[in-house]
Write a protein that binds this ligand. Sequence first.
Ligand code: UGA
Length: 431
Amino acid sequence: MNIAIIGTGYVGLVTGTCFAEVGHSVICVDCDEAKVKLLQGGGIPIFEPGLEEMVKKNVAEGRLNFTASTAEGVEKSDVIFIAVPTPPLEDGAVDLSYIERVARDIANAMTSYKVVVDKSTVPVKTGEKVAETIKRYCKADCEFDVISNPEFLREGFAVEDLMNPDRIVVGTTSEKPKAAMREIYEPFNAPIIFTDINSAELIKHAANSFLAMKISYINAVAAICEATGANVEEVATGIGMDERIGRRFLNASLGFGGSCFPKDLSAFIRISDDLGYDFGLLKKVQEINAEQMDRFLKKITDTLWILKDKTIGVLGLAFKQNTDDVRMSPAIEVCQRLLKEGATLRVHDPKAMEKAKELLPAEGVTYVDDMDSVAEGCDALVVATEWPEFKELNLAKTRDAMTAPLLFDGRNLFDPAEMEQLGFTYKSIGR
Ligand code: UGA
């Protein structure tokens, strides 16, 4: 199948690469010419495990190409995936101007039947608008179908998730695009669920909101655990073994972040409001998430009392493990709030230090390459991201390097009993 992917962000680049990997001919389009040049030369603008090798291999084998011209992408493909950003607006709504722009560009370039697939996360009924736009601007007056195919990959596991999907959701009731999607996804051996286009769009927002709700739920339970001396991990295991609940996404933390959950929750609440339904449940999910960060920072101030002129080590800057993405990262928020209180920081992240520099002030932050040296001279150490390598931290060296061995674990990476034995004052979440 000849496929164009418009937008080479996390979703577009990984999707295009994995489609090429299974044998399709893929042309990735991006309006950022510098990015296209980088990709053409074998460079990768993001860190994502396994991606670089896969891009290089498929470029070398001729199945994966990059261009800055939408017209070229449209001309060379039968199926066009839209994977451009849909960033949040001030009021929680979604900025759909990139989608609209791409719809016009596709319309202008189209000279024969195309399947146009929306893969970006969009509010329900966006597909209908895309179809109207293409119809309005297509001079050649050719036939086309607009369908929805939401993506469920997680950053940090994007290649793995894309190559082994739980399910493929396709929103269309027409036979031609159904056949095209069956052909594209056949090598992935996953069940395909066909729905109407509005349902497919809703599935994406409903799935992300549900996962965010699971995290806020366990974080609320963690607060009760702290008040009673119970252990949130044991509770999560106990409830998670019920197949109806499931253990995944029940890891208590300092709150969820990233470019998806916060944005998609706001968008879903806003869409529901516009449709006349007050989605109070999801508003509470947001509230619990904000409170979780406050409760975590309160633990630090309750213990250290005054933060001014204190040195605090922070392990982790990315919004989660395995990524260099710092957008809406809880770890960055921790840093910003500690700095605001007058603390100085010594920070480390295996991949996200460069991107963090764009968000954190230059003054008051020292970037430390070696995680075992972060704690030097620190009054406290904070674990803010769930990088598995932090479990290998040299705890004895860390303890001895600090003015007082005080560790705030926002990701429950260490065992409380072991930490106590090592002489740490150790505070984690819900334990
Ligand atoms: C999320 C969804 O998991 C994907 O299915 C979806 O495709 C993606 O959004 C998207 O819409 O593009 P992602 O944002 O990459 O993926 O990251 P997650 O793994 O879901 O983690 C989100 C946040 O929740 C992170 O800050 C993570 O640390 C936190 N989290 C996750 C917890 O605090 N506890 C958990 O149990 C799980």
